[in-house]
Design a protein around this ligand. Structure first.
Ligand code: FAD
Length: 471
């Protein structure tokens, strides 16, 4: 009888433990992807990520077909679909890789399958290490990153990646696969995702291409360069990792044996990969990470909500160039540089005093790398409400951040062409520029570029006062 491999956030053939184990049984394989409706136990599909998923599933199907298999696409609650397919095909086992965002639901599914006489085998590979393996001396999950990282390193290197199976014996079922086009994952009119294809190649091959470019051109200057948004130094692997087109162990091991790269750079990159594991540790411990304050004292925080200001933030019209450039990059590419994510998030939470959850939702919908653990943990980190978070009173100054990390304004000019001709001296503070300087650059504040939504220093005092009220 055939074996079912249930694909989720692991849209790859190589280093896919569930797929390899299924192939090794020597039985035919039914590779299945289920489209589930959003429910209380799962997040809704973000729009930018839907674009990515469409292309990633197309790529996965092609790869499976090249290897002799195929990809079956079905919609419905996963437990129902899995039991139906198993019954129809006479499959006795379902294999999948753990993905941690809904452990509880996975256990329910395993129970339902067991009742239907179908066994479940779960495998590891989405993280460097299983969250249950990295524990404090007292056997508890870590809540602080640095000791977590030490403990993770003490476990030794993650397992060696498994090669992609060369041949997969497919198995057809009588239920016809749904058509990807019918899932309508791509935006139609307006096609806001049109520029994404210039920047991204979803799929396993695209992930490895990206990794190779990074090893070649980015890794050597990663430690210092990763904070400079105008430099394309970071790996940009995040959407590939979020969809599991590449495993973190593959990214980790790929940096081994690079004799021309300083080991300190490699360690720094691996440390960032470990942040992803850490976010998942938090999510497993606290599944409501995206919707509830980790630190409940923030439940009393007096957020304000001004719809006009929120919309200006989403559109990159706050009047603070580094914030606006970041929000425009997000809209154009479905991605934003990490340093600028911190600056834009801080601006929403502290300068506009809007609840971090509004920002988390916006990022969730617009990021191609939207990740249930990383997005939620990072927003809580900036808000100060999270575990091991940046304290609330550390408020990013968008002027100084811009001047420090984008001194020549290259990043700002790339995403805000309306400021292209402005002198470097004012590129991060156009509202301080004398009228003749603005005129020369063709800028009319309030018309061609926004006036500041708030005065940063007043806003800062207001946020600190609200924080003090928390007691
Ligand atoms: P690199 O610097 O090349 O890092 C390699 C990989 O390590 C990344 O792909 C990512 O998987 C992981 N990583 C790096 N930095 C972090 C971090 N701070 N926390 C957790 N993992 C990290 N990352 C997401 O993957 N999805 C999100 O939805 C997401 N939302 C964020 C929201 C906010 C407000 C902030 C401040 C950060 C968020 N991040 C998120 C973390 C980080 O910004 C991105 O992972 C990073 O910018 C991706 O670019 P890269 O792949 O070039 O990173």
């Amino acid at each position: 009888s055939p074996v079912i491999v249930w694909f989720r956030r692991d849209l790859r053939l190589a280093d896919n433990a569930a797929l390899s184990a299924a192939v090794e049984t020597g039985r035919p394989v039914i590779a299945l992807f289920i489209r589930e409706a959003a429910s209380a136990s799962s997040m809704p599909q973000g729009a930018a990520q839907a674009w990515w998923l469409h292309h990633s599933l197309t790529a996965l199907k092609e790869r499976l077909q090249q290897a002799g298999g195929d990809l079956l696409l079905l919609s419905g609650p996963a437990d129902d679909v899995l039991t139906q397919v198993a019954a129809e095909a006479g499959a006795e086992t379902v294999y999948f890789n753990r993905c941690y965002e809904r452990d509880e639901r996975d256990r329910d599914i395993a129970r339902a399958l067991k009742q239907a006489g179908v066994a479940v085998q779960a495998f590891h590979g989405q993280l460097l290490s299983e969250p249950s393996a990295v524990r404090t001396g007292a056997g508890k999950p870590f809540r602080v990153f640095t000791p977590f990282w030490r403990a993770l390193q003490a476990l030794g290197e993650p397992r060696e990646p498994i090669a992609a199976p060369e041949a997969i014996a497919g198995h057809s079922v009588s239920t016809a696969s749904e058509k990807l086009e019918d899932w309508k994952l791509l935006p139609v009119s307006p096609n806001w995702a049109a520029p994404f294809a210039d920047v991204w190649t979803p799929g396993e091959a695209g992930a490895h291409e990206r990794l190779n470019i990074f090893l070649d051109q980015g890794l050597g200057n990663y430690k210092a360069g990763r904070d400079v948004p105008a430099l394309e130094v970071t790996s940009r692997l995040s959407p590939h990792l979020a969809h599991g087109e590449i495993s973190p162990a593959q990214a980790w091991h790929a940096a081994n044996g690079l004799s021309n790269v300083d080991p300190a750079q490699i360690t720094h990159f691996r440390r960032e990969l470990a942040w992803r594991d850490f976010s998942y540790t938090l999510l497993v411990e606290f599944p409501e990470l995206a919707t509830r304050n980790w630190n409940p004292s923030f439940d009393d925080f007096q957020w304000t909500f001004d719809e006009r200001q929120f919309r200006a933030w989403t559109k990159g019209q706050t009047g603070y160039p580094i914030v606006d450039a970041g929000m425009r990059q997000l809209w154009q590419e479905g991605y934003m540089h990490n340093r600028v994510r911190m600056i834009t998030a801080s601006f929403l939470i502290k300068d506009l005093m809007i609840d971090w959850r509004k920002g988390e939702e916006w990022f969730w919908d617009t990021l191609v790398d939207a990740d249930p653990a990383n997005n939620a943990a990072s927003w809580q980190w900036v808000a100060g409400s999270g575990a091991d978070a940046s304290p609330f009173f550390r408020i990013f100054n968008p002027l100084l951040q811009g001047e420090k990390f984008d001194p020549d304004g290259h990043y700002v000019r790339k995403y805000l062409p309306e400021l292209e001709k402005l002198d470097n001296k004012y590129i991060h503070r156009p509202f301080e520029a004398p009228e003749d300087v603005l005129q020369k650059a063709g800028i009319v504040l309030g018309e061609t570029y926004a006036k500041p939504l708030v005065d940063h220093f007043e806003a800062r005092d207001r946020a600190l006062a609200a924080y003090k009220d928390l007691g």
